[in-house]
Design a protein around this ligand. Structure first.
Ligand code: NI
Length: 403
């Protein structure tokens, strides 16, 4: 069957490339993916899938019911793509460039969507041989505020017992993938910290409480969480991304607002971070007679792969790409709302090698205004999705199911 799948993907490749380029030229931000969702729903409908559109706003769920009978447990695997673009101005030139000012597929979600459509086409043609179902999840707003959680609430994972998701990775060449055992990506929490002093004349500091001086010490003291409070073998990031305060060169500021992000891989460490930030802010402020307010926002949880999902991806990718091309990667401190699916069902999120053929020209990093991929990666991505689904469904079906 593998050769048949490979040949079919080869035939479909021009269509998948064309679809990806069209989506690339027409990027839509999170929860605005109406054009994209329309294309997806039409494609899945034409394949004869059961299609639910408008899931969690602009999400689309397609279900392919396999027609083969199963002597073992009947399984259902979900394959997920994200559809949203970023508020980035495309700096590429030429026919592929975004046609929408200030919006761009700078994270490859156009490719993710096109690959999942390709996988749906291939698997739909194999439905007579599938002893289980495949659910195709096209979710909105991965870049924020998050489409996975509302998709799950809307029943996207009903009956699903395995989920796979892939993401283009420009640091890996086409033909390689990267998989992390356990934690793959970090929790992406955020906070706003406001420091209140007493304003005054720049010449009379003794009559004021300078919120800027206090804020400067808070910023530095927060660095000690990672440097001095954490086990050196644990991982976390505390980044202050913005700091705003003050009115004029000769005025002492009464208030400074800080915003930051906190990244953690371990759920217990994640839980402990707000109290550390609170204690440091409170202590520094108290030392200077200032006060503070902390607002802490728990965003995406850490993306933690399941051993059974990692094993599935490694086995399939090892056979399709060769074991030497399956790289074991350490976790990244970036985040992904795929995390929510993995809190519900076993699965794996992996990186698909997609390095552009000419990366030296413009640094094709994720979220860069020059981001682009090698479209040969689309073939590999479709094949891994298809083979992953076949492996999961067929393994549960036959007399050897116990293996
Ligand atoms: Ni992304």
């Amino acid at each position: 069957m593998r050769e048949r799948v490979r040949a079919r993907i080869e035939e479909l490749h021009p269509q998948i490339v064309e679809r990806r380029r069209d989506l690339h030229r027409h990027p839509e931000l999170g929860f605005e993916e109406r054009r994209t969702a329309g294309i997806v729903a039409e494609w899945l409908g034409a394949l004869g899938l059961e299609v639910r559109a408008g899931v969690a706003g602009t999400g689309v769920v397609g279900r392919l019911r396999g027609l083969a009978t199963s002597s073992g447990a009947r399984r259902t695997i979900a394959l997920r793509a994200d559809m949203d673009a970023l508020p980035v101005q495309d700096k590429k030139r030429g026919p592929l460039a975004s046609e929408v000012a200030g919006k761009m597929h700078a994270c490859g979600h156009d490719a993710h969507t096109a690959m999942l459509l390709g996988a749906a086409s291939v698997l739909a043609e194999l439905r007579d041989e599938l002893p289980g179902d495949v659910v195709f999840l096209f979710q909105p707003a991965e870049e924020g505020p998050g489409g996975a959680e509302p998709m799950i609430a809307a029943g996207a994972l009903d009956g699903v017992d395995m989920i796979l998701g892939q993401h283009c990775q420009p640091s890996l060449p086409v033909g390689e993938i990267g998989v992390s055992r356990g934690a793959a990506l970090a929790a992406t929490d955020a906070f706003e910290l406001t420091i209140h002093g007493v304003g005054g004349h720049g010449a009379y500091p003794h009559l004021a409480t300078d919120a800027i001086v206090v804020a400067a010490q808070v910023v530095m003291a927060l660095q000690t969480i990672v440097a001095r409070n954490l086990d050196p073998l644990a991982s976390a990031v505390v980044t202050i991304g913005t700091i705003h305060g003050g009115y004029n060169f000769n005025v002492i500021a009464d208030v400074v607002e800080l915003r930051g992000t906190v990244r953690t891989l371990d759920p217990h460490l994640r839980d402990a971070m707000p109290a550390r930030i609170e204690a440091i802010a409170a202590g520094v402020c108290a030392a200077h007679g200032a006060r503070h307010e902390l607002e802490y926002h728990r965003k995406y949880p850490p993306t933690i792969n399941h051993e059974v999902g990692v094993a599935l991806v490694r086995r399939v990718a090892g056979e399709v790409l060769g074991a030497a091309n399956v790289r074991e990667l350490p976790p990244s401190m970036g985040g992904e709302d795929f995390a929510y699916y993995l809190q519900e069902v076993p699965g794996c999120f992996y990186w698909l090698g997609a390095r552009h053929p000419h990366p030296e020209q413009e640094g094709y990093a994720l979220h860069s205004p020059h981001f682009d991929i090698d479209e040969e990666a689309l073939k590999v991505g479709v094949q891994l999705l298809v083979e992953g689904a076949l492996e999961h469904l067929l393994k549960g079906a036959g007399p050897n199911a116990a293996a």
